[in-house]
Design a protein around this ligand. Structure first.
Ligand SMILES: Nc1ncnc2c1ncn2[C@@H]1O[C@H](COP(=O)(O)OP(=O)(O)OP(=O)(O)O)[C@@H](O)[C@H]1O
Length: 201
């Protein structure tokens, strides 16, 4: 049996007096991916934050095996404007594992950002900042479980395709991921599932 990396049982979430979801259970094993869809305000980000342990559920439980390190990518790219692209990636990457500047530079180069590595991020476009944040996905030995909130935001078509390919490769290598997105993925990882949030139903 595939190793479970995430197990959520009977989750309930109310925000601002509205029920977003109730009795929601899901599991994710190595190699699997789950896309959370739904209209604006349906609770996609809330669910992802609960799965990441960043927001308490009103009921239910989220279990992650201790060995399953987590990579969180929020809706905003979380980039410090005063730091360079390389400094940003280096500090983000070292949150979960000691990483070298050379590895960070190679990850930036993989996303076409080599020439921007030493530029302060305030001088980068929205899409370039997003790519700096996404460069974490291209570092060696990343965490096995990825939780990604609208990772395609601000990306051009080629960057979207590259990200889809990276997601598929991660799952093929035994990782797992949950992402929120309005996008219909073209390069589906094997075992990809869609969860549609629909007003607490
Ligand atoms: N900090 C908060 N306090 C109270 N209510 C909140 C808070 N954050 C979000 N909400 C409410 O929770 C609901 C779900 O928000 P959430 O961000 O999870 O939706 P979403 O599906 O990710 O939306 P979008 O597609 O617009 O990103 C919304 O009605 C929103 O107003």
């Amino acid at each position: 049996m595939n190793q479970p990396l995430l197990d959520a049982v009977a989750l309930r979430c109310e925000r601002g007096g509205r029920l977003l979801f109730d009795d929601l259970s899901l599991g994710l094993a190595a190699g699997e991916s789950l896309q959370i869809g739904g209209v604006n305000g349906s609770g996609k980000t809330s669910l992802l934050r609960i799965l990441a342990g960043l927001l308490p559920a009103d009921a239910g439980e989220v279990r992650r095996p201790a060995a399953a390190e987590l990579l969180w990518l929020g809706h905003a790219p979380g980039i410090a404007e005063g730091l360079t692209a390389l400094e940003n990636l280096y500090s983000l990457a070292n949150l979960w594992r000691p990483t070298t500047p050379a590895a960070c530079l190679a990850a930036l180069a993989a996303l076409g950002l080599a020439d921007w590595a030493d530029e302060p991020c305030r001088q980068l476009s929205a899409g370039q900042r997003r790519r700096v944040a996404l460069a974490r996905l291209h570092l060696p030995a990343p965490p096995r479980l990825w939780l990604l909130d609208e990772p395609f935001t601000a990306l051009d078509a080629a960057s979207c395709t590259q990200l889809e390919e990276r997601l598929r490769a991660h799952c093929a290598a035994g990782g797992a991921l949950v992402l929120t997105s309005h996008r219909e993925l073209e390069v589906l990882p094997e075992g990809h599932r869609l969860l549609w949030l629909d007003g607490g139903r």
